[in-house]
Design a protein around this ligand. Structure first.
Ligand SMILES: [Zn+2]
Length: 392
């Protein structure tokens, strides 16, 4: 057997959508009588039933009252990844808005992303605020959230969602634009007009904080951490947001979201450089390149659910008619599920060993998937890993 195909168990043990390759362990997935998943149906709806010209007009009408009114026309939450970079480019270059760019720094940005961001800000000419939280607390939050939820990213999820809302309040700028709607990859929300997705408190509690709020976290971490320390991870109160009449929207609800096209646009317009990501084929140099911990995050998902990012990316390409299901299966088998070299990096941050990591991860597994550590392969280190800050 070809070495690259030695882990075929991945595709054999889980039931997968008959159109894309999403498995039964994917969050919110449901299959119809033909075995086609609800996310495929969402995308079919997006590609065939939505009048995108009407949506674009809706967008122009929507932003009109905000132009030139306050200090800024809108706030753009920004990571420097392809989605937020495209969103920012679109709002400035296509719509002519004056945004305030707000970036929560989770402490794990990769060097090429930081260079991309510098170029983007210069080329677009925008005001940019950035906020990084206490590293010692970040480390404790990561371990606590990993132990309780099998996900070390509580601080990143909550900070990324909350900080731009806090910025909106601080600068009295009620309009926010996020990028990719979650209907692209889960069925928490759909593309249906009546259920237009808003990035509000409801979504924060459903998709961002893993069911743990800052008050819970203070209880978990004990006396040395107070609510004051966790303020950056708290979503502003509904009352404050209502008073300012905050609208927190996804650009992808108004223009069709196509990551491959968007990647081409930002490469051309902003000289945005792609990068390699652990566990992802080099054909996707634009996907989640900003985050040092993407490899461990996807690996953790694989241990729990038997699939990871290549499944997600190839499924998008299948739905958009750019890849066959067989080609997707080949890439999934070749790239997914390897032990990332950066696992050593995050274990030092978390202060645990690999045995404990495995114990915590397998305790959160979603049946029927059972991970086989004995047949794992190891991935090569990323080119920039040696440049990351290795002070734990
Ligand atoms: Zn599907």
């Amino acid at each position: 057997m070809n070495e690259d195909f030695s882990n075929t168990f991945i595709l054999n043990t889980l039931r997968r959508c008959t159109k894309c390759v999403e498995p039964e362990t994917h969050e919110t997935i449901q299959f119809d009588e033909n075995g086609v998943c609800n996310i495929c149906h969402n995308i079919e709806y997006k590609n065939t039933k939505i009048d995108w010209d009407a949506r674009k007009k809706e967008l122009l009408d929507l932003v009109a009252p905000y132009r030139g009114k306050g200090l800024y026309d809108c706030v753009v939450p920004f990571s420097g990844g392809k989605d937020s970079t495209f969103t920012l480019w679109y709002l400035v270059a296509e719509l002519g808005l004056k945004p305030l760019v707000a970036s929560f720094d989770h402490g794990f940005y990769r060097p090429r992303t930081l260079e991309n961001n510098e170029r983007t800000m210069r080329k677009l000419g925008v005001d940019f605020v950035k906020f990084r939280t206490d590293w010692k607390i970040v480390r404790r939050l990561m371990l606590e959230s990993l132990k309780r939820k099998g996900d070390f990213d509580w601080h990143a999820h909550t900070g990324t969602c909350s900080y731009p809302m806090q910025v909106a309040l601080h600068y009295q700028t009620p309009l926010l634009f996020w990028g990719e709607p979650t209907a692209e990859y889960t069925a928490y929300y759909t593309y249906d007009t009546k259920l237009r997705e808003e990035a509000g408190e409801h979504r924060f509690n459903r998709a961002a904080n893993l069911g743990i709020n800052a008050e819970d976290m203070v209880g978990f971490l004990g006396k040395s951490v107070t609510l004051r320390d966790l303020e950056p991870y708290r979503f502003p109160s509904a009352e404050e947001l209502r008073k300012l009449k905050v609208k927190s929207l996804y650009l992808g609800s108004y223009i069709p979201w196509d990551v491959r096209k968007h990647y081409e646009v930002i490469s051309k317009e902003l000289d945005w450089q792609g990068d390699q990501v652990e566990g992802v084929p080099p054909d996707y140099p634009y996907e989640k390149i900003e985050y040092q911990l993407q490899g461990p995050r996807d690996y953790l998902k694989f241990i729990k659910r038997g699939y990871a990012r290549t499944t997600h990316l190839t499924s998008i390409d299948i739905r958009n008619g750019r890849m066959t299901r067989d080609e997707a299966k080949r890439l999934v088998e070749k790239y997914e599920g390897k032990r990332p070299a950066s696992l050593d990096y995050i274990l030092a941050v978390l202060g645990i060993d690999e045995a404990e990591w495995r114990k915590i991860a397998t305790a959160q597994a979603i049946p029927p998937y059972v991970h086989d550590f004995n047949n794992e392969k190891r991935d090569e280190p990323l080119w920039d890993m040696a440049q990351w800050n290795h002070t734990p």
